[in-house]
Ligand binder design. Structure first.
Ligand SMILES: Cc1cc2nc3c(=O)[nH]c(=O)nc-3n(C[C@H](O)[C@H](O)[C@H](O)COP(=O)(O)OP(=O)(O)OC[C@H]3O[C@@H](n4cnc5c(N)ncnc54)[C@H](O)[C@@H]3O)c2cc1C
Length: 411
């Protein structure tokens, strides 16, 4: 993390940040603040147990792992590698199992592309990186107001928190974002046209191809992916084009729905589905929002992660962007000569510095989603044919820039 070399100001005033939301973004941001001597209070509306829960696994790719290498003396990074599974060789296949694109970490001169880990394990590692008392659960923000000296956050139960700045890390339906725009509730996000099932399974006795740590199989309007999350554990996801608001209940449950949807896919997909525990399958509709441009906060308030820029999950980068945001936000705060006075301009500089990369991620996520969810026979044939004929080095180019991010500072 950025170190203050002391050349600008021997004793800069101690800032206090109020972070709303205990997801990946909020917890990471709190750790980044503490590493830089910024006081932090984090408020999360959910109770402790549900804050540490979450469906299936998540890719924390090398761009975000570089942030964790710098936070908390590298301990988060170490724990992630200890508990998760390395992202090694993997690829896209058609539904019959023909390889369309093979990806190996050597294309970015790394030994791995990061770590895949179960969400509850990631949440716990992040939570454990914070001193006791930093996170306050059962604390739902309802509003905030600026004062001459700072910001007051107001909670549903009448509590008030006072700080120098407010960071909204409160996800897709961010209340902070709504209040920034003078609304009670945010307008609905944009439905992607697809829903997603997620969950975990054990690899034992399943015909997984040991050469790959992840794989995604493309059908026509649906796809199925799985990835190693450490030990004998794997996580899966399945997408299908469908109306928003669907449910598996009337069709006999998620497992039955998945079985019939993917019965024509090659092994190991049907075997994986057969091994699933019905209770552990989660279904969500997938949304994003248009990129927020070069400025999304006001005065002493900013947003990070999904609160500012939710993307479709096709690149596995939404959470990684929240992690990058956390680093870049704190970096801007500590380079200020007069930390307290400059907060609004530092926050705007943070937003501006992120906008180009976020827009690129948004566009690429939608493009990959469109390809993966192609649902006409001719469209699928052409997509698969083009991918099969594209040289690997050219395929790599569409992903290489994701890993260019280096969380280093020049000062
Ligand atoms: C199917 C799927 C697969 C994905 N796969 C990946 C992947 O592999 N890699 C990746 O990087 N990303 C992935 N993502 C995206 C990733 O999950 C999100 O981008 C990430 O969780 C966003 O983190 P966040 O902290 O910004 O928001 P969230 O995780 O949504 O956290 C927001 C928190 O704020 C709390 N909150 C909300 N309102 C309030 C309030 N008023 N007061 C107090 N607290 C409040 C919520 O309870 C919640 O805990 C995936 C997403 C989906 C849907």
């Amino acid at each position: 993390m950025v170190r203050d070399n002391g050349s600008r100001s021997k004793n800069p005033p101690v800032l206090k940040a109020i972070v709303i939301g205990g997801g990946i973004g909020g917890l990471t941001c709190a750790r980044a603040c503490l590493d830089q001597g910024i006081k932090v209070e984090l408020y999360e509306k959910r109770d402790f147990d549900s804050m540490l829960s979450g469906p299936g696994g998540i890719f924390i790719q090398q761009n975000a792992m570089r942030v964790y290498e710098l936070l908390w003396g590298g301990s988060i990074h170490t724990h992630l590698y200890e508990q998760g599974g390395k992202i090694l060789k993997g690829g896209f296949f058609d539904h019959k199992g023909t390889l369309l694109y093979l990806n190996s970490p050597s294309f970015v001169q790394e030994n791995d592309l990061g770590v895949c880990i179960l969400r509850p394990e990631l949440q716990k590692i992040l939570y454990n990186s914070l001193p006791e008392g930093t996170v306050q659960n059962n604390s739902e923000l309802v509003d905030f107001e600026e004062t001459t000296e700072g910001i007051r956050a107001l909670f549903k139960d009448g509590r008030v928190a006072i700080g120098d700045l407010l960071i909204g890390a409160d996800g897709l339906y961010s209340k902070v974002r709504a209040r920034l725009n003078g609304k009670e509730k945010q307008e609905s996000p944009i439905y992607s046209g697809m829903c997603c099932w997620r969950g975990t399974f054990l690899a034992s006795n399943l015909p997984l191809d040991k050469r790959y740590s992840w794989g995604e199989f493309w059908g026509c309007g649906d796809r199925f992916g799985y990835f190693h999350v450490g030990g004998d554990r794997f996580s899966f996801y399945a997408f299908r084009n469908t109306e928003a608001g669907g449910s598996d209940h009337l069709a006999g449950g998620a497992k039955k729905v998945l079985k019939s949807m993917f019965s024509h896919y090659t092994e190991p997909i049907p075997a994986i589905i057969e091994s699933l525990d019905e209770e552990m399958i989660y279904r969500d509709d997938i949304f994003d929002r248009d990129p927020p441009g070069v400025q999304w906060g006001k005065n002493r308030v900013t947003l990070i992660g999904d609160a500012a820029h939710p993307v479709q999950p096709n690149l596995g980068q939404g959470g990684c962007m929240a992690i990058e945001d956390s680093f870049e936000l704190v970096k801007q705060l500590v380079i200020s000569e007069n930390r307290c006075k400059d907060i609004p301009s530092q926050l705007r500089r943070f937003e501006q510095s992120r906008s180009q990369r976020l827009e690129k991620i948004f566009t690429a996520s939608r493009q990959i989603g469109k390809l993966g969810q192609t649902d006409t026979i001719i469209g699928c044939f052409l997509r698969n044919w083009i991918y099969r004929l594209t040289p690997t080095w050219l395929g790599d180019l569409q992903f290489k820039w994701l890993f260019d991010y280096q969380p280093k500072s020049q000062f």
